[in-house]
Design a binder for this molecule. Structure first.
Ligand SMILES: [Zn+2]
Length: 268
């Protein structure tokens, strides 16, 4: 059931936690921690249509975020995409801890979820590429409990049996909702880098949001080796940034640094 807020009601597929779950934006639970290994440049794949540029592991320009106008989007951190799930991403549970840390620095925490009816067009029996996953009413569709606990808005996608939606912005009204709340930057983590994170980040760039994908907070399927890295390069090419959690936390203003700036020091 959608809450009876005009804004939320108006955008249909973006649901707020129901009456039984009043906004509890900053509860924290236990998590599995992990850090993505340093990416190895993908050797030998031909003909990237990207401009010649130095591919850096991360990009500090995307690391400076202001909680006042930043939304964190946790993409599809659902049981079926976690290890052991119907479409489990290797190491997928390692995204949870970084996303929790990021949530403390975001003014709004959004969770997207795949939320498919039985017989969805993306399932193999219907000619799609995937086994059945994230079926409405099954445990596989559930958000990771720690993500569920911090999510202030939940965006469901893929709810129409005939429509596939990889991007959380695709037909959901999320862009308008974020703009209405003064959001200018989105910080993205979740699953999987080469599918729904990629699509959501590219859409965020297209919607005009400053967009940062957090390298530690995403994991790729990598059906073809390097798919995840290629997705990150596409996001950069679209104007997005890729930063690490450490870079973002390091760019946060801290009292000591502020104090230092206020002290007049004699020039030498
Ligand atoms: Zn799906």
């Amino acid at each position: 059931m959608l809450e009876q807020s005009g804004l939320v009601r108006a955008i249909g597929r973006v649901a707020r936690h129901g009456p039984g779950r009043p906004a509890a934006p900053y509860e924290w639970g236990g998590v599995t921690a992990g850090v993505e290994s340093t990416p190895v440049p993908h050797a030998g794949h031909g003909a990237p249509a990207l401009p010649p540029r130095v591919v850096r592991p991360s990009d500090n320009a995307g690391a400076v975020i202001d909680p006042a106008d930043t939304a964190l989007i946790a993409v599809d951190v659902q049981r079926d995409f976690l290890p052991g799930g119907a479409l489990g991403v290797t190491g997928g549970d390692a995204v949870v801890a970084p996303i929790r840390e990021l949530a403390a620095h975001a003014g709004l925490v959004v969770a997207t979820r795949d939320f498919h009816p039985p017989g969805h067009c993306s399932f193999a029996a219907q000619g799609g590429p995937w086994p059945p996953h994230c079926v409405i009413g099954t445990s596989g569709a559930a958000l990771h409990p720690d993500i569920n606990a911090i999510a202030q808005l939940i965006v469901s996608k893929g709810t129409d049996p005939a429509v596939e939606q990889y991007s959380g912005f695709d037909g959901t009204g999320l862009g308008d909702l974020l703009r209405a709340r003064g959001v200018r930057r989105v910080v993205i983590g979740g699953l999987a880098t080469d599918y729904c994170v990629r699509a959501t980040a590219l859409a965020a760039c297209g919607e005009g949001f400053a967009t940062t994908v957090v390298r530690d907070a995403v994991r790729a399927v990598d059906r073809q080796p390097g798919d995840g890295e290629r997705a990150l390069n596409e996001i950069r090419a679209a104007g997005g940034h890729v930063s690490t959690l450490a870079e973002i936390l390091g760019a946060m203003p801290v009292p000591r640094r502020r104090q230092g700036a206020l002290v007049q020091r004699p020039q030498r």
